[in-house]
Structures are given as structure tokens and as C-alpha cells.
Design a protein. Structure first.
Length: 617
């Protein structure tokens, strides 16, 4: 299994982008910067932010203070502006304690932020409590302390907490009440205090803001405006990971009462984000490398070997523009005595990568690729625990169709496997053969058309001659396994088994038992018999013929169905011995006449039909 959390281990060759961004911050020499890491959901924005922080830390040698802020965590619980300022102030105080530098301005900044929160949050705290959410700021601290007093048991701990809270509020109030507290003045004082706190600390503060595109528009804009209005000054850098489309949507929502043109939205966005960096999309080479690296990461190879492989593979990716490839052959050449399991997984990655890049349901998205592989891993584990033998490549191909094919096509495939006597989807054979030779496939059903279907049919292994029942069994997340025999009663199922075991024609006992069954069960039995009959390559006196004739004798409607089926049998499959068995039936003359008129019916069969029809007259 693979975790969906961000990582500072480079699986996507993002290191060069991270290093470039880090160098940009260093070259700014303390001048304020706001950098936007944009890209869609799951493309690796959070991992890119971690890689940038690592690269900057390696180059900075203690000159940077990194602060992580996730606005999504505060949504609905706190004001985004105040929360961001408090997180930064607390980080500066903590840094001062650890580095033993002057804490005066950092502590003052924290007090100013807390006092503003206490002064402005009362209404918000009341609303929060009404909704069952926790209050915030000093108000929240006071109410939380009061809970200890209201439970009827006042402890020394409660008394001490109340004293500390009162002292903190009093000290903060004395400091701030000496100064005018109009909004412009309050903002100015916070900015000045913040600036001096950074000078005291002697560092450049780098704030890493993630998951902003998960926030509601108000929270997203509040966070961005806090960066611009309160904190955007010397010795600061803000790295914001968000889908720029979502942020632009937030800007439009923010100005909902104004007809915001595209230029207005762009200008507003550009003022908030100075340097936009888009996470590069993955091509087939990157997707192949990514899947292989994920398999390598979960292998039993030593950690040093895995790290070396990751470095070499990313280096090869960096040279892919020169025509160099990352494929199974290249990766295998880096691994001495590659384990058998890993070799098979590298081959699987080699085959899957092109489709996982082009299929629009995955489109090379790293998060979706991980989800795909995690689902594959879970199903393999289920099979192993239940003692079900299943091939990983076959299971992966089916999972890919389940994820990217149409629901109707997938349901049709499952039904064909369920209805097949041996679990083989033989209807795929011609399609798979043509797809593998790049020959156009004519007359595909509408739900089976499209570039993905053609590429999927060409993907190895071919499935037409594979018993897929175990694969379907461990893949039954969306569609249950329902075969015709599952819908039969116990009596009907036993009767079907008896019919399939017939070695001669004319079982009066079985005919009578078929007549006793409900019409629906008789139809289901004939469905199963005809399904097996379609697999026959030669029609003579065979058990399947005896079984169908027995059901036909018991039910005229099923006799008509069997007659229509016999007319569809290719003439070359007919043998003369079948003619007498059909000729004595009420519907037999029409079938024999049809066979006689078919050009591909063997001469010996036609002679037998002529004799049978003459005798019947």
C-alpha cells in the first residue's frame, strides 16, 4: 500500500523545479515574495512544496524559519487572517526561545494578535457555540477555563488556569490600551511589530500554505489578503499551493456584487501571487517511472538501493528529451539480481503506463495512480487470504477497464464472464487479435468504441482464453456475481446437472421433472444449455444435444428457441448422425430443410436429410 500524504522523496523528477524555486527565494535577498504552486487535484502540489522547503533548507543553513499553515483546518472554526497571524507569531516566539535571541517583539506581536482576536471574536464565538463549534481566541480560552469551574468541582488547577488567563489579558490590555486602536493604526502597529520581530530573529520567514483550494471562497481570500495586508514585507516569503482555477473562482465569489471581468480577476490574482509555478503534467515516461518507483519503494530492496534507483531514474527522466527512455529494460539494468516479483511488477508498469497517461479518467494524475495501485494491492491481498489464485496482470487489466471503460461495457463484460461455462470472455478474441495488429475493428457496440477501448484490447495479457472467474470474484465492488444457475432453485440446479450428464436421448423421468418446474426456471435452464451449445464445434449425437432435446420435449416454447438456434449453426459443424435425432420432432422438418439449403452443409449431411425427409413423407 502507498500513503496519499505528501512526501519529500522525489518520485516525479520535480527536484529541478524545487531547486529553481529555492534559488529564486535566496536571490531575493530578503525581499518579499509570494509564490503560487498551482495544478489540479492530486498532481503533487503538496509534495512540491515539501521539496522546495528541503531544497531551501539545504541552501539556507539556518537562515530560514519554515512555518506550515493549512487554512482548511481552520475553516469553520476560526478567522483565517487571525489564525495565520497567530501561527506565525507563535513560531517566532518558539524560534526565539530555541535560538535564545531577543523575544520582546515576537511576544508583543503575539499579544497584539491575541488582543485583536479577543476584541473582535465575541460575536463569532457566540455563533460558533450556537453551531456546536469551539470558540476561539481569549474568549474561547476563558470559556474553556470556565467549564472547569462550572462542573461543581473547583480544583487548584482550575484556579491556577484562571489566574494565568486573567494576568495575560490584563498585561496585554495595559500594553495595547495606551495606543489608539483604530483599524488602520492597529494594522500599522502589527506590521511594524512583525517587521521588528523578524529583525530580532535575524532570519527570513518562509510560510508554506497548503490546501487553500479546498477552502470556501471566503477562507481562501481571507488567507491571501492576510498575506498581502498584514505580513507581506521584508524577510518574508510565502509559498501557496492551490489550484489557480479554484482561487480565481474564489476571487469571483468575493466580488459577487461586482461584474468582475477576466482582466479584473487576473489583476487581483497577480497582486496576490507574484511568481506562478505550475506543477508539470506527467507524460508516459514520467508515469512509467512513477509506477516503477512506487513498486520499488514497496519492495524488499535495501533503502540505500531504493534511494540510488530513485536518483538514477530521475536523472534519466531529466534526459528523456534527448530520446533516453525510462522503461523496464533500463530499470532492470540498474538492479542486480532483481527479485522475480519486482521484475513482474516492472513489466506491468511498462504495459500500464501508456493507458494510464492517456485515459481521461486517470490522465497521469499521481494521486489517481496511487489509488489504482492501492486498489490492486487490496484485491491481491483479498485473493491471497481467501486462497483464490489470480494473476496480477490480468487483475490490473480488468481494474483499468472498470475505472476507465463505460459502465455498460464493463457490466456487459462481467455478464459474459458469468454466463460462460468456463469463465472465458471468448467474444473478445477477434477484437483483441485485431487491436494487437492495429487493424481497425468494425461493428463494435457503441459502448465499446473509443481510443481507450482499442488500446485496452491491445494491452497484454489477452483475456479471451483466460478463465476470469477468480478475477471477477475479487473485483466485485460494483457488480455482484450473478449467473444463470444462481437464480435457479435447488431442484432446478440439480436438474440442470442431470441434463448435462445425459448420454442418450429420451429420458422420460427428466422430461417429467422439467414439466414440473416453473416456466421461468425452464427458460433459465435453456439459457444455460444454449450458452454451452454455442461453444460446440461439431454437432452430432452429443450430451448437449440430448439435454436440449429433453427440455424441448417438455416445453414447446423452448423447442422453438432450440430450433432457431439449430438453424444458426454453421453447416460445416453438422454431422449426418444428428439428422435422425432432429427429423422425428414436430419442428424438425423446418430445421432440416434450412440445413439442406445452406451452401456450407457437407454433402453427407444433405444426403442424410434427403433420406430423412423422404421417409417422413
Amino acid at each position: 500500500m502507498w500513503s496519499d500524504s505528501e512526501t519529500n522523496r522525489d518520485f516525479l523528477n520535480f527536484r529541478h523545479v524545487a531547486d529553481t524555486t529555492a534559488e529564486t527565494i535566496i536571490q531575493a535577498a530578503g525581499r518579499p515574495l509570494s509564490i503560487g504552486i498551482s495544478g489540479g487535484w492530486g498532481v503533487g502540489k503538496s509534495s512540491m512544496v515539501k521539496l522546495i522547503a528541503d531544497s531551501l533548507e539545504e541552501r539556507g543553513k539556518g537562515k530560514f524559519l519554515f512555518i506550515n499553515f493549512n487554512a482548511w483546518l481552520y475553516q469553520g472554526y476560526d478567522d483565517a487572517r487571525a489564525a495565520l497571524m497567530e501561527v506565525i507569531a507563535q513560531a517566532l516566539v518558539e524560534h526565539g526561545k530555541n535560538s535564545k535571541t531577543n523575544l520582546t517583539k515576537a511576544v508583543e506581536l503575539l499579544d497584539r494578535v491575541n488582543w485583536i482576536r479577543a476584541a473582535t471574536v465575541t460575536a463569532g464565538s457566540v455563533a460558533s457555540m450556537a453551531l456546536g463549534l469551539p470558540p476561539v481566541g481569549l474568549i474561547g480560552a476563558a470559556l474553556s477555563t470556565a467549564e472547569g469551574l462550572a462542573d461543581g468541582e473547583v480544583t487548584a488547577k482550575d484556579t491556577e488556569a484562571l489566574e494565568k488567563l486573567g494576568k495575560r489579558a490584563a498585561e496585554t490590555g495595559k500594553s495595547l490600551l495606551r495606543k489608539p486602536q483604530s483599524p488602520p493604526k492597529a494594522i500599522h502597529d502589527i506590521r511594524e511589530c512583525f517587521n521588528q520581530a523578524l529583525k530580532e530573529a535575524g532570519i527570513t520567514m518562509v510560510v508554506l500554505i497548503d490546501d487553500l483550494d479546498r477552502c470556501l471562497p471566503n477562507t481562501a481570500i481571507s488567507t491571501l489578503e492576510a498575506i498581502r495586508l498584514f505580513l507581506f514585507m521584508e524577510r518574508t516569503a510565502f509559498i501557496v499551493a492551490a489550484d489557480d482555477k479554484m482561487i480565481r473562482h474564489a476571487v469571483r465569489s468575493h466580488f459577487k456584487n461586482v461584474e468582475a471581468t477576466d482582466d479584473m480577476v487576473t489583476n487581483y490574482f497577480d497582486k496576490l501571487i507574484q511568481i506562478p509555478i505550475r506543477v508539470p503534467p506527467l507524460g508516459t515516461q514520467e508515469v512509467r517511472a512513477y509506477i516503477m518507483l512506487l513498486f520499488i519503494e514497496n519492495s524488499q530492496l535495501p533503502e540505500a538501493t531504493r534511494d540510488s534507483l530513485r536518483s538514477n531514474i530521475c536523472k534519466q527522466l531529466g534526459d528523456s528529451w534527448q530520446g533516453k527512455r525510462v522503461d523496464r529494460a533500463f530499470v532492470s539494468s540498474l538492479i542486480e539480481n532483481c527479485p522475480t516479483v519486482l521484475t513482474a511488477q516492472l513489466e506491468l508498469a511498462d504495459r500500464l503506463a501508456p493507458l494510464m497517461t492517456t485515459a481521461k479518467q486517470i490522465a497521469g494524475n499521481p494521486r489517481l495512480i496511487k489509488r489504482f495501485l492501492n486498489t490492486l494491492s487490496i484485491r491481491l491481498s483479498m485473493a491471497r487470504l481467501q486462497g483464490v489464485s489470480v494473476d496480477e496482470a490480468t487483475l490490473a487489466k480488468m481494474l483499468l477497464f472498470e475505472r476507465c471503460g463505460s459502465e455498460d461495457a464493463y457490466a456487459f463484460l462481467i455478464s459474459k464472464i458469468n454466463d460462460s461455462e468456463d469463465g472465458k470472455p471468448k467474444f473478445l478474441k477477434e477484437w483483441e487479435e485485431k487491436a494487437s495488429l492495429a487493424v481497425p475493428i468494425e461493428q463494435l457496440p457503441s459502448t465499446w468504441k473509443g481510443e481507450f477501448i482499442t488500446d485496452w484490447l491491445a494491452l497484454q495479457p489477452a483475456l479471451a482464453d483466460v478463465d476470469m472467474r477468480s478475477t471477477v470474484y475479487v473485483s466485485r465492488e460494483h457488480l455482484p456475481i450473478i449467473t444463470a444457475t444462481d437464480q435457479l432453485s435447488a431442484e432446478g440446479f440439480r436438474l440442470l446437472e442431470a441434463l448435462l450428464g445425459l448420454t442418450q436421448q429420451g429420458s422420460a423421468i427428466l422430461t417429467a421433472k422439467v414439466k414440473e418446474l416453473p416456466q421461468r426456471e425452464v427458460a433459465l435452464i435453456m439459457d444455460r444449455l444454449l450458452s454451452k451449445a454455442r461453444q460446440a464445434q461439431e454437432w452430432s449425437l452429443t450430451p448437449i444435444l440430448y439435454a436440449c432435446l429433453t427440455v424441448s420435449q417438455a416445453d414447446p416454447h423452448q423447442a422453438s428457441r432450440f430450433a432457431d438456434f439449430l438453424k444458426s449453426v454453421p453447416g460445416v459443424q453438422l454431422r449426418a448422425s444428428i439428422v435422425p435425432a432432429i427429423g422425428n420432432k414436430s419442428w424438425g422438418k423446418a430445421v432440416l430443410s434450412h440445413w439442406h439449403n445452406k451452401e456450407d452443409t457437407p454433402t453427407t449431411v444433405k444426403r442424410a436429410i434427403t433420406t430423412e425427409l423422404r421417409t417422413a413423407q
